[in-house]
Design a protein around this ligand. Structure first.
Ligand SMILES: Nc1ncnc2c1ncn2[C@@H]1O[C@H](COP(=O)(O)OP(=O)(O)OP(=O)(O)O)[C@@H](O)[C@H]1O
Ligand SMILES: O=P(O)(O)OC[C@@]1(O)O[C@H](CO)[C@@H](O)[C@@H]1O
Length: 304
């Protein structure tokens, strides 16, 4: 079974406000209220790819109930550990430029974290774990590493979409794939990239440090895949952008879901790009039919 972990889920409140001007009153043109958090969005896209998963993490308060009810309605198996504090709400203001205002999220007590950890007692090498997004502010800096070490000791394969030191520390445990975006690779190596070409040597370093594969998503510039044999560039598929929040999570779902069936990183990347593109062009998370529309439009160029 694939488990997705969203330690710090959200309710994403995504509002469209044309010509937003700070200090003025506006009416919104449209809104989307949906559970978010990276792992949970991975589970949604896996479902569209006909791949079951179980969504885990922490949830609390009325917002946490909304997360559970929404996932139940989508028939995504979920077993979030209930906490006393309230699940966060993240605001995305879509206008000429998109603006995100993220909450740090709630704290979890030691007993709540223990209850969460107990869910991994029977985990086996036949399972797969996707770890994505921020941790709860109450958690120690090495929480992800502790979790990943536990998985590695049990021989459980995993993928992660985490950042900075957490990403760096995960690499020694050989994740199947890591998926930073261009800025996150820059943050990791203390660089500011002007062009995607400058990212290539640093993508390779993710493999040298232990990752089996790396995808670097480049937003409107496309995506890069690094395997032990090749570097592949997927130029952006042309189209009208709707709501790109979750496009990166869609890539993770596309890669993991396909790789676990076909064991072919290039085909998995093709599906990953189709999923990311379909979500970027959609108003919410891509549906199966939206992904199918994008699949034949994906172009892959081997650059090394
Ligand atoms: N404007 C766009 N045009 C075409 N494709 C896009 C666009 N934006 C995103 N994509 C596709 O989606 C993929 C993932 O996007 P992006 O790099 O923005 O992910 P991200 O930063 O991880 O986003 P998030 O954290 O919201 O999931 C890109 O690699 C690309 O394939
Ligand atoms: O604060 P984190 O956990 O890093 O990211 C949270 C978040 O931005 O990620 C998703 C998009 O990838 C959204 O649903 C959610 O608001």
């Amino acid at each position: 079974m694939i488990y997705t972990i969203t330690l710090n889920p959200t309710i994403d409140y995504i509002v469209n406000v044309p010509n937003l001007t700070l200090g003025k009153s506006h009416h919104m043109q449209s809104e989307l209220i949906r559970p978010g958090g990276k792992g949970l969005l991975v589970s949604r896209v896996l479902k569209e790819l006909d791949t079951p998963s179980i969504a885990l993490g922490f949830r609390g308060g009325f917002t946490g109930e909304f997360v559970r009810d929404y996932l139940d309605e989508l028939q995504i198996i979920n077993s979030f550990t209930e906490i006393a504090e309230r699940t966060r709400i993240n605001l995305v203001l879509k206008s000429d430029q998109d603006t995100e205002i993220s909450d740090y999220g709630p704290s979890a007590s030691e007993a709540e974290v223990k209850e969460f950890m107990e869910q991994f007692d029977g985990i086996s090498p036949q399972d797969f774990v996707v770890l994505s997004g921020s941790k709860l502010p109450s958690m120690p800096a090495d929480f992800y590493e502790q979790l990943i070490r536990l998985l590695a000791e049990e021989g459980v394969p995993f993928a992660c979409d985490i950042t900075k030191e957490e990403l760096r520390n995960s690499l020694q445990y050989h994740p199947l794939v890591v998926k930073p975006n261009q800025k996150e690779v820059g943050d990791l190596f203390g660089k500011k990239f002007e062009t995607w070409q400058e990212v290539v040597p640093y993508g390779k370093q993710l493999l040298e440090a232990g990752a089996q594969h790396a995808i670097v998503s480049l937003g409107g510039d496309g995506a890069l895949l690094f395997t032990p044999r090749e570097v592949i560039y997927a130029p952006p598929v042309p189209g009208k952008v709707g709501n790109p929040v979750g496009a990166g999570d869609s890539m993770v779902a596309g890669f993991v879901g396909t790789y676990l069936k076909m064991h072919d990183p290039v085909e998995a990347f093709r599906v990953a790009v189709a999923c990311g593109t379909a979500t970027a062009f959609s108003s919410d998370i891509a549906t199966a039919s939206e992904i199918q529309v994008q699949l034949p439009r994906v172009v892959l160029e081997q650059i090394e």
